[in-house]
Design a protein around this ligand. Structure first.
Ligand code: PBG
Length: 318
């Protein structure tokens, strides 16, 4: 008798499909299964459909995951593949992250239309990004730039760049690499200046709590080091906000059993920033992230966070 295929839920963008295929390939290799053992189910999310407003205005992170999580919860798919960066810090009841893939390059890249680096952009040049973090980090080093929202999936954004809507944009190197488009990057940005978003470059698998079949299936491809780093970054994010409405950056790396963490909060204009580094044992990953967040909250003070309340307004569509 034929066993029904394992249904993998994903968004339909080129990047999302590349990520789902990577998960499928790893599961095939780990369990000696053929491609026919899987079915990739494409699910359209609000984040894919609402393209004229910044994410921070329409409701932040859950937007790329909501419809997929509903399908998972209702049993229309068996597991979901996400970019960890797009996940809310609190998952819907009944769902859990059951595996992480080894993390890709965590860095941001700059893509210029006519120039090959941020420094080469002319004064006042128009640069597009939908990420408050990237905008704030960019403003710190180039306050003269004219920053506009650039929404849409990677292909859409690159098309807007080519069409001349903007002179440059910032993207995650991980996404370009997964799509075999790394030559698109003009400049790889160092994490010292461009601390990534929590979860950047990490693919995760979400499944139903109690679904032991799927849990056993994905356990074999889970990358522990990535999971430890992510639990630290997600604890940091969760303590601060957890939505997409605020410029928050964080990166944890496991070296041996030592976890090294750097976290940062910024005002949207980049004028004010607080950062913190911490180091600890892998077992204390969550506490490390949480404590770093609390320390930053105390240090920055209430006045700082008023700027976050205004972060949702004052945008201009590109
Ligand atoms: N919704 C945007 C998104 N979510 C994850 C990635 C990149 C891949 C990753 O960080 O794993 C991107 C595109 C980008 O920031 O360039």
């Amino acid at each position: 008798m034929m066993t029904p295929p394992i249904r993998i839920g994903t968004r339909g963008s080129r990047l999302a499909l590349a990520q789902a295929s990577e998960v499928r390939a790893r599961l095939m290799a780990a369990h000696g299964l053929s491609e026919e053992a899987f079915a990739i189910e494409v699910i359209s999310t609000s984040g894919d459909r609402i393209l004229d407003r910044p994410l921070s205005e329409v409701g932040g992170k859950g937007l790329f995951t909501k419809e997929i999580e509903e399908a998972l919860f209702e049993g229309r798919i068996d597991l979901a593949v996400h970019s960890s960066k797009d996940m809310a810090t609190i998952l819907p009841e009944g769902l859990e992250i059951s595996a992480f893939l080894p993390r890709e390059d965590v860095r941001d890249v700059f893509i210029g239309r006519d120039v090959s680096s941020i420094a080469d952009l002319p004064r006042g040049a128009r640069v597009g990004s939908a990420s408050l973090r990237r905008q704030a980090l960019l403003r710190r080093i180039r306050p003269d730039l004219d920053l506009v929202i650039l929404r849409g999936n990677v292909q859409t954004r690159l098309a807007k760049l080519r069409a001349g809507e903007v002179e440059g944009t910032l993207l995650a190197f991980a996404g370009l690499k997964r799509m075999a488009m790394e030559e698109t990057a003009s400049q790889i940005l160092p994490v010292e200046d461009f601390l990534p978003a929590p979860g950047q470059g990490a693919i995760c698998i979400e499944s139903r709590v109690g679904d032991e079949r799927v849990r056993a299936l994905v356990a074999s491809i889970d990358h522990r080091e990535t999971g430890v780093a992510l639990s630290c970054e997600r604890a940091f994010l969760g303590e601060l906000d957890g939505s997409c409405r605020t410029p928050i950056a964080a990166l944890a790396r496991l070296e041996g059993n030592r976890l090294r963490f750097r976290g940062m909060i910024l005002t949207p204009d980049g004028a004010s920033a607080y950062e913190r580094t911490a180091e600890g044992a892998a077992e204390d990953a969550q506490a490390l992230g949480r404590e770093a967040a609390r320390a930053l909250l105390a240090e920055a003070g209430p006045a700082f966070f008023e700027s976050w309340g205004e972060a949702r307004t004052g945008w201009r569509a590109s």
